[in-house]
Ligand binder design. Sequence first.
Ligand code: NAP
Length: 267
Amino acid sequence: MKIGIIGYGSMGKMLLWKFSEKGKIEKSDLLVSNRTKDKLNETKDIAEIMSNREVASSADIVFLCVRPSDLKSVIEEIKDVLKPETLMVSLNGSVSFESIHKVIGNKTAKVIPSLTAEIERSQTLIACDAGVTEDDKRKLKALLENIGDVIELPENEIGMGSELVSCMPGFIASIFDVICTSAEGHTSIPKEQIVKMVLSTMSSTGDLMLQKEMTFKDVVKRVATKGGITEEGTSVVYRDFPAVSDLLFKRTLEKRRLTTEKAEKDF
Ligand SMILES: NC(=O)c1ccc[n+]([C@@H]2O[C@H](COP(=O)([O-])OP(=O)(O)OC[C@H]3O[C@@H](n4cnc5c(N)ncnc54)[C@H](OP(=O)(O)O)[C@@H]3O)[C@@H](O)[C@H]2O)c1
């Protein structure tokens, strides 16, 4: 099976190298193209460097790893050479299947990886249009499992799903950045050490919950004894943090709605 990647930016580069190194996909089965050709020199030992149209006409699955503003022109460029049975995969969550199908009829999937793909622990979202077969899904999932877990959602849940896995590393990092900065004001422990202590505890708490199938409430109950010090802290979080959390989702979902509206209009 030949895998094509059009667009060698942040996402295209990550996928290409993971497919090669983790998925052990042969050079002859990995096809890549990019607008700026020079960037592809570093891929010459792991992939076949081609034009967009050559990738599209040779691949069985084509990943479109370009920004939404370039998506339509790339699809128009390749549409007459794409085989009817080729699966097209858009890395963009904003442009709908309906809009894509006004330009091209090929079966299409959307794929949203998260930053944690870098350590093969992505929670990658996929949505598929009606033309994508069970066999296509199986092949696509097998490929994406090289970067972590795969979660299939209906197209209309890709927005909120993206908040939960693709935006979440940023939300988590900013929340714990605030916590570490705040802790700094109450101790002489150096910031660097605070960050390491909190980060390791955060990561091991997540692993503990996953391995022992604990809920958030289970953890709170184990650590916060009635009338104790931890309970004092967790009660502040449960009292004051919901307002911030609600605001975060209200604002990000509204921003997503506007971004989608613009992407659809520009497409
Ligand atoms: N970054 C993320 O964390 C993330 C996560 C999930 C989904 N996504 C989605 O993934 C898509 C790609 O994002 P990105 O962050 O990888 O963008 P990016 O780093 O800007 O990369 C886009 C790549 O597309 C290339 N390109 C543009 N027009 C082209 C054309 N006509 N033919 C061939 N290549 C072309 C660019 O080439 P040049 O070298 O000439 O600029 C660039 O290498 C977007 O739809 C984004 O929404 C991104």
